[in-house]
Design a protein around this ligand. Structure first.
Ligand SMILES: [Fe+2]
Ligand SMILES: [Fe+2]
Length: 443
């Protein structure tokens, strides 16, 4: 009998209906009381799913090499299509990309969290590959290299810090990752399996990196994962080593079955290309307007009229918003299919001297921009990945004061995304010193 079945006994409470977002936030705040039971429910779902793993762990290297070769071939085909003039495959416009970056933010800002529990096993060399992977997600405590911070800085530069209201499912993978990180003593094989799936660089990562740069968005976060997760020596190969090193001599089959269940958790929820394809520019613009409507409906003077109705009247009910957009076009305030700068409406919302300065955030202005521009193409400056990040690069100051803190406390400070705060970054560096698990550079 496996721990999996033991951890999901028939007399266990029925699955709870707690929204994923509140579960995610509870985990982030360090409350993991429901994590084990909830994960057992997710594994029960995963046990009925299919996967593409080989039959035995000794075939994983060949499986990973095949996967990498296939991704490389599909990427080459994508690049060839683009050279022949095919449009971008994922992002129709910049607003689409900004929308996507916000949709996946709950997952990206807990990058690596599923491996947190491995930190306690620093005295066991079989865990060192997983621990090294986790420490690299944390940038070894260097704020410039911490993946969570890199993503948060990216959102900040793009004016997307406040975050969009998201569908509950957007919190699923982040909640899975946080829960796994807190349950290593029960679900080690599943964590190893989840890690194996997450660390295989997918095709969508390569396409996303390419198209973000094309849209003038710094794709450093994505570019970084193309290299750091590589199958030859990166996180992907460490993930395979972990399966092989931590597989017990007895019950190897049970172990590998549980690895599969963990691997399949990567497929819970909507996959990235499907998520990207659900973007609807006009629907997002209307949703942004609806968020403003409640505040804006009493803010306009009655002389602000559009087609016989005051702006306050237009904003008085959600059903009027599509008509409001049409009225802006009919009145000539918006000229679709042209440079937005030619539209009077744009001059009202964009620029520090605009009468409506600050009403729409950077993402919302991008929605307006792209809705107005339509097929009119602006010349976007292509950005080499990491150009902004390189400018930020600065070595952390040498630790002036070595506070004596026990290792358990250090590990606690590296959980969830606490490691991206100053105290967590310092704890990561102290953990490296205490365990001797830091990596030396060439000398
Ligand atoms: Fe990462
Ligand atoms: Fe990774």
């Amino acid at each position: 009998m496996t721990v999996l079945t033991r951890s999901n006994p028939s007399k266990a409470p029925a699955p709870t209906a707690q929204p994923l977002s509140s579960r995610y936030h509870a985990f982030l705040s360090g409350d993991y009381t429901t994590a084990r039971q909830w994960l057992a429910e997710q594994f029960a779902k995963a046990s009925a799913m299919a996967d593409d793993l080989p039959d035995t762990p000794d075939q994983l290297q060949a499986w990973s090499a095949r996967h990498a070769a296939q991704v490389a071939a599909e990427h080459a085909a994508y690049l060839a299509q683009r050279r022949e003039g095919a449009p971008r495959r994922y992002f129709a416009n910049r607003a689409h990309a900004l929308w996507f970056l916000q949709q996946v933010a709950p997952t990206k800002v807990v990058d690596g969290a599923w491996l947190h529990g491995a930190l306690r096993h620093w005295q066991d060399p079989r865990y060192h590959g997983l621990i090294r992977t986790y420490l690299e997600e944390l940038g070894d405590g260097d704020p410039h290299c911490n993946h969570v911070l890199i993503y948060q800085r990216l959102l900040g530069r793009l004016g997307c810090l406040e975050g969009l209201p998201l569908e509950d499912e957007r919190y699923l993978q982040g909640a899975v990752q946080l829960a796994l990180g807190s349950c290593v003593e029960w679900f080690l094989p599943e964590i190893i399996g989840y890690n194996l799936g997450y660390e295989q660089p997918p095709l969508h990562l390569l396409i996303t990196t390419h198209e973000l740069a094309e849209l003038g968005i710094d794709g450093h976060y994505f570019q970084l994962h193309v290299t750091i997760d590589n199958a030859a020596s990166g996180h992907s190969s460490k993930a395979i080593q972990a399966v092989q090193q931590l597989c017990p001599a007895q019950d190897a089959e049970v172990f590998y079955r549980r690895v599969r269940h963990g691997y399949r958790l990567n497929d819970l929820g909507t996959d990235t290309p499907t998520l990207i394809s659900t973007f609807d520019l006009e629907a997002q613009l209307l949703a942004a307007l609806e968020r403003k409507r409640v505040f804006g409906q009493f803010m306009h003077a009655d002389r602000c009229r559009l087609q016989q109705r005051t702006v306050n009247q237009w904003l008085s009910e959600p059903s009027a918003l599509p008509g409001f957009l049409q009225a802006l076009v009919a009145q000539g305030w918006i000229k679709r299919g042209q440079n937005p700068a030619d539209s009077r409406w744009w001059s009202l919302i964009d620029g520090p001297g605009a009468p409506m300065f600050g009403v729409f955030n950077a993402y919302e202005k991008q929605l307006w921009h792209d809705w107005i521009a339509g097929d009119w193409q602006s010349t976007v400056r292509r950005v080499p990945p990491g150009s902004w990040e390189a400018a930020l690069h600065q070595q952390p100051n040498g630790e002036q004061r070595h506070e004596v803190i026990d290792i358990e406390t250090l590990i606690e400070r590296m959980a969830g995304n606490q490691h991206a705060l100053p105290q967590g970054l310092a704890a990561t560096r102290a953990y490296l010193r205490a365990t001797g698990l830091g990596e030396e550079g060439p000398h």
